[in-house]
Design a protein around this ligand. Sequence first.
Ligand code: PBG
Length: 321
Amino acid sequence: MELIQRPRRLRRNEQLRTLVRETALTPSNFVYPLFVCEGEGVKREIASMPGCYNMSIDNLVEEVGFARNEGISSVILFGVPDEKDAAGSGAYAEDGIVQRATRSLKRHFNDILVIADNCLCEYTDHGHCGVIDDGEVLNDPTLDLLARTAVAQAQAGADIIAPSNMMDGFVAAIRSALDRQGYEGVPVMSYAVKYASGFYGPFREAAQSTPRFGDRSGYQMDPANVREALREAALDVEQGADILMVKPALPYLDIIRAVRERFDLPVAAYQVSGEYAMIKAAGRMGWIDETRVMIESLTSIKRAGAEIILTYFARDMARAL
Ligand code: PBG
């Protein structure tokens, strides 16, 4: 009888499948994004992100404690300030919301990595990621503010600075400011490849950071481009990035793979708010099995080549494992 190949032999039971599984997720892969706001005792659920909250610092500390007990050891902080202005000064104020939250987390935990998102859009009254003149987002004047923000974040104890603003030269500007101030040991995780994506919608609701006019396609990338992604990543490597991030994740698995193959730095991917919202919404409608789709989508992101995954599912996933 003709010999037929039988790949099903290794799928016959869970033990065999586990034995040959190529991709495994662990809680140490995950970074948990959190929104911190002013006040005390505040915990407001974000309507389009069920299970995610705007939290005041006291509740943030509690949440990070829960996550830590489930095996999550990294968080990334986004600030939701009460006051916004044209220059986004809350981003770099010594007592800015993220700086205070970072100090507080560092006082409470000695084994939690605090990553500070570095951008202005949550702090500007116009909602853009940089300084505006005549309807234009100015590049170089914005760099100075991002550099100040990075130094303020490092001073507060942030372990990693994660610039997400997509100005040209932002890694170099942040790296040299950190080095000048004695923070040469603080790594930069660059949102090297960040697309102008409709998947950020729920985040903008959470951070109240929707641009008042125009959109971000003058600085974030065109979803149609892959060569440009490699060029963006190469520039960030030259400027001293320590970790490269691709964002969003699921619609850009090919980009994660391309960056993984081209560069030897650790690669991170951000499963963004809209990716989370879609899974949550369809799960709630009973149209998909939320847990299964969560595991499958996170597995695909890791399989594509990201060893670090920023995900709002961090706690759910840690519990599922
Ligand atoms: C700040 C920033 C954004 C996200 C992360 N950092 C929003 C944006 O660019 O509009 C989005 C993250 C998410 O959607 O979960 N620039």
